[in-house]
Design a protein around this ligand. Structure first.
Ligand code: MRU
Length: 364
């Protein structure tokens, strides 16, 4: 998508053909920085400390991490070591494990001398596939937005609420939850997006708002607690969020606070959609609440907020008393019964075992 007049992906192979360049998301929206990841350690830090974030982008970054590892040492031990090291960086987003498994399964049978080239090739393909998956999610989600628009007066705006950042910054391009929105804007459908700020890391305020701004998508930033009120007053036509892991039963794990939005949507008959590419489905897990490990991050993310200081640089300030402990579960699980539909690259599935299996029969 666009940054100024230039088209960017969030990650790409450096011109040296070995390292990877990323948009360093820690500094957005105030500073746009690109950094180069040269080693497996660099990749692990970038994922763990959220220089890159969002389930699909975490997966792609990890795939490139495996390629970098294979260039350094293509042995089986090195392959297992990079799998372990990157896997432990962020426990909830399943795309990480999906990408690591994909790479290891491909590389293990190959002769050592062929592994590095094959790894870079596959990492590049995974990145390209992500773009295509998101475009198709966009086309499928666009149909829903069109239907809502068709029930309104001509020219009346479709109001969409989203939580966290499931935009192009969370993927390679397009985003998942934002893909239908970008395509709706392209198709001339009037849309307006309510952007949850998404405490504690404020991905909505810092990333989603920045993206939508960059693409001229009408939007309004709201505090996380405002969504229920807006829904009660008929100001939200639909919710679209992303997901870090969706179970075979259709339970959706996503950024903390998603569950409360789904409850409010149910109470107000507002359709609640989740946009996801198939690598985000964890077919080995059924009950999301009981089985998905929830990442616990440092309480400092709650006790401090980050913003622009008077010199234009990004600064962090404490908002709670010294000595008050803070808890920071990063994700929650929305049970399938609260979800209207799962927007995937193959179509819109009911959030149920049958709904998912109908779209992905090879998983039966
Ligand atoms: O902690 P983050 O910023 O990686 O969390 C991101 C989200 O929760 C996204 O909504 C999710 O990964 C889907 S991204 C297409």
């Amino acid at each position: 998508m666009k940054v100024g007049d230039r088209h960017y992906h969030t990650i790409w192979l450096n011109t040296d053909g070995l390292s990877v360049d990323i948009i360093d998301q820690r500094w957005l929206p105030h500073e746009f920085k690109i950094v180069t990841l040269k080693s497996v350690d660099d990749v692990a830090v970038a994922i763990r400390d959220m220089w890159v974030r969002g389930a699909p982008l975490i997966g792609v970054t990890a795939a490139y991490g495996v390629a970098i590892a294979m260039h350094e040492d293509a042995s089986d031990q090195a392959l297992d070591a990079v799998w372990d090291k990157l896997h432990e960086t962020r426990p909830t987003a399943i795309n990480l494990k999906w990408a690591l498994d994909e790479m290891r399964t491909l590389l293990r049978p190959l002769p050592l001398g062929e592994r590095a080239a094959a790894a870079y090739r596959r990492a590049g393909e995974i990145a390209e596939e992500d773009v295509e998956l998101n475009r198709n999610i966009g086309l499928n989600g666009l149909k829903i937005i069109r239907e809502i628009a068709a029930r309104k007066q001509p020219g009346e705006v479709v109001n969409i609420l989203t939580h966290c950042n499931a935009g192009w910054l969370a993927t390679v391009d397009y985003g998942t939850a934002t893909a239908p929105i970008y395509l709706a804007v392209e198709a001339g459908i009037p849309v307006h997006v309510y952007v949850d700020e998404t405490r504690p890391r404020n991905q909505g305020a810092q990333l989603t708002a920045w993206e939508l701004n960059g693409h001229g998508v009408p939007h309004t930033l709201i505090v996380d607690n405002a969504g229920g009120h807006l829904m009660q007053h008929g100001q939200v036509d639909m919710v679209i969020v992303g997901t870090d892991r969706t179970t075979a039963n259709g339970d959706v794990c996503n950024k903390i606070g998603t569950y409360l939005k789904a409850l409010a949507a149910k109470d107000n008959n507002v359709p609640f959609y989740v946009a996801l590419p198939s690598p985000t489905i964890d077919w080995t897990v059924k009950d999301g609440v009981k089985e998905i490990p929830i990442e616990e991050r440092t309480g400092d993310e709650v006790s401090f907020v980050q913003g622009r200081g008077p010199d234009g640089k990004t600064v962090s300030v404490r908002i709670s008393p010294e000595g008050s402990p803070a808890a920071n579960p990063a994700f929650d699980v929305t049970p399938a019964r609260l979800i209207t539909g799962l927007i995937t690259e193959r179509g819109v599935a009911k959030a149920s075992p049958e709904g998912l299996k109908d779209l992905f029969p090879e998983r039966n």
